[in-house]
Design a protein around this ligand. Structure first.
Ligand SMILES: *Cc1c(COP(=O)(O)O)cnc(C)c1O
Length: 398
């Protein structure tokens, strides 16, 4: 597909939705937080599966896995029903069990810590780097204890975590690593490999707001055939790879991805470069449009050879700004925004279960209190970015 043609397909998808929302409300056009790019190719792929009669555990799942593994430079991939399900199986495959501790970031979507709980282990948090917002390797090193079994860094907002530092730490203490790459498809590490291609298990998610979507879905990638076999079995009730047998030789789950989802994933993967390029173009527009608003901090630029896989555009509001009031003012201007994300250790479930309190991870808490996600999706036009920037500046009285 030519570049000109592909750009047109992304932006025409955006246009048809925007005119629909305008006529539906009859007033100012709403700008949503996120929007998937889905077209006729996805429709055709889904219909072909329906007509084939083979709706699960079929050829599309395998094809999607192989194409995805090749894309991120991993040896193997296992498609699963969600990123969360993938994290659960990856944590199990890493050997984490009852009573273990897993070191992870408190500034993440709750799924990364929940996956540790599913395995009967305890998530232990350490503070984040104030620039990249990823788990700080020095803070993580200081938090390693006798029961630490694994590290679970998260590539937050698509920015590569400092994996060489975590790999070094893991080697020194003989720890396993599982990467939460659910926000980071398309990111590239400074030392070469794409996110997901470093050899250790990494997990991607395909919820509707992610860089690639299958509605719900996820992928575990690994470099080890035995790990693939284990994850493939555990996603399918612990069944042996040979489906002729009705033997279940281990505890399993139903974390399968449907063939319909896999077929959509194959098409999405074919247009991934186009969608990623469209996202980074919108990010560049935002950077320019917001640079004049005093006190608003923008996502860190790519440094030292790391490349972000653009997922969301999250700014930090000035410390004296009222975030709730800002969200309301933007909503009145027809613009969706969202505090993103809350610190995991301060969620009530985590507070009550583990006795966490504010003040434990000051960098994370400061960032979590000021973060605001702005509308961000492929095909978002420069004019809309300008509208968001103007509304934000007005809301902040700048
Ligand atoms: C999206 C996401 C997940 C997985 O979410 P699912 O909805 O289960 O696919 C996990 N971790 C992070 C950081 C995420 O953003």
């Amino acid at each position: 597909m030519s570049a000109a043609k592909s750009t047109r397909s992304v932006s025409s998808a955006a246009k048809s939705t925007s005119s629909r929302s305008r006529s539906a409300t009859g007033q100012q056009e709403q700008i949503p937080l996120a929007r998937p790019v889905l077209g006729q190719a996805e429709e055709r792929a889904a219909i072909a599966v329906l007509r084939s009669g083979r709706l699960s555990l079929g050829p599309r799942t395998e094809q999607f896995e192989q194409a995805f593994a090749a894309r991120v430079g991993a040896g193997f991939a296992s498609a699963v029903s969600s990123g969360t399900a993938g994290l659960h199986l990856a944590v199990r495959a890493a050997g984490v069990s009852e009573g273990d501790e897993v070191l992870t970031s408190p500034f993440s979507f709750v799924a990364s810590a929940n996956a540790v709980l599913y395995a009967g282990a305890r998530p232990v948090f350490a503070d984040i780097d104030p620039v990249t917002l990823n788990l700080d390797p020095a803070a993580a090193a200081a938090a390693v204890g006798e029961r630490t079994a694994a590290l679970l860094p998260v590539h937050i907002f698509g920015y590569p975590a400092d994996m060489p530092a975590f790999e070094d730490l893991a080697q020194r203490h003989r720890l396993a690593i599982v990467e939460d790459a659910c926000e980071a498809l398309g990111g590239v590490h400074a030392d070469g490999p794409p996110i997901g291609g470093r050899g250790q298990p990494a997990v991607f998610g395909f919820y509707a707001n992610k860089q690639l979507t299958t509605g719900e879905g996820g992928m575990v990638v690994h470099s080890d055939a035995a790990l693939k076999q284990r994850v493939d079995s555990e996603r399918n009730q612990g069944r042996a790879a040979d489906m002729g047998s009705l033997e279940h030789d281990r505890l399993g789950f139903n974390y399968r991805l449907s063939e319909i989802a896999a077929a959509i994933g194959i098409v999405q993967l074919e247009r991934l470069d186009e969608m990623l390029a469209a996202r980074s173009w919108v990010a560049r527009c935002y950077r320019e449009a917001l640079s004049g608003i005093e006190g608003v901090e923008l996502p860190c630029p790519d440094t030292d050879g790391n490349t972000r896989g653009w997922f969301v555009f999250v700014v930090q509001l000035p410390r004296d700004a009222d975030r709730e009031q800002t969200v309301r003012a933007l909503a009145e201007a027809g613009i969706q925004s969202k505090p993103y994300m809350p610190a995991i250790h301060l969620l009530s479930y985590y507070r009550e279960r583990f006795g966490h309190r504010s003040g434990e991870f000051p960098v994370c808490e400061d960032v979590a209190a000021r973060s605001l996600a702005l509308p961000f999706f492929p095909g978002m036009e420069e004019g809309r970015v300008a509208r968001v920037a103007e509304a934000l500046a007005a809301a902040l009285g700048r």
